[in-house]
Design a protein around this ligand. Structure first.
Ligand code: VGL
Ligand code: ZN
Length: 199
């Protein structure tokens, strides 16, 4: 399908087993993600790519615990364990990920003071990554998403893709969720209500 692109979200060591922000079940989805990649002609990868001392890290805030929430200039922001620091092994793609055929790698979260779950718009909901313009310029109208984490970067990317006017499907089997305070069910409901197909 020439008008369809697969976006594989954040399949990086730090989100996999033994990583700094390991998502339960992450390693088990690698073969499923690879099968989906094999079935698509056009593949985009996203890569969480934080500078040292990024504002989303609990360690950047005096006395803050990972998975707590802080008020940022753009609203509430979850604080995470230090993860996906630029140039580190944790930020590299899982070694078994079939990454060769990817036509674009989108890096996100590189502005020190702003987190970016979505591959389209950062958490301030204003700063754009340019991915929508790229996809439009390539003639893609249908987007399929998979990867990590279902309830954060996959869901936020899917919602933004839908809002940008793309026909959006999330392949749920090749995803895994962090599930912080019921975030998995909450985001599945939000995606369904937005008209995103879950397959
Ligand atoms: C993610 C939390 C922080 C993700 C990235 O890939 O879902 N979650 N950074
Ligand atoms: Zn991150």
């Amino acid at each position: 399908m020439p008008d369809q692109a697969l976006i594989v979200v954040d399949m990086q060591n730090d989100f996999c087993d033994g990583g700094a922000l390991a998502v339960p079940g992450a390693n088990a989805i690698v073969p499923r993600v690879n099968r989906l990649i094999a079935r698509h002609d056009h593949v985009v990868l996203t890569q969480d790519w934080h500078p040292p001392g990024h504002a989303s890290f609990a360690a950047s805030h005096e006395g803050a615990e990972p998975f707590s929430t802080r008020q940022f200039p753009y609203g509430p922001q979850t604080l995470w364990p230090t993860h996906c620091v630029q140039g580190t092994r944790g930020a590299q793609f899982h070694p078994d990920l079939e990454a060769t055929k990817a036509e674009l790698i989108v890096r996100k979260g590189f502005h020190r003071g702003v987190d970016s779950y979505s591959a389209f718009r950062e958490n301030d909901r204003k700063t754009r990554t340019g991915l929508d313009g790229y996809l439009e310029a390539r003639g893609f109208t249908r987007i399929v998403l998979c990867g990590l984490a279902l309830d954060y970067c996959v869901a936020w990317s899917a919602l933004d893709a839908k809002q940008a006017g793309f026909d959006v499907t999330v392949a749920v089997d090749p995803t895994a969720a962090i599930d912080l305070d019921g975030s998995r069910n909450k985001m599945l409901t939000e995606m369904r209500q937005a008209g995103i197909k879950l397959s």
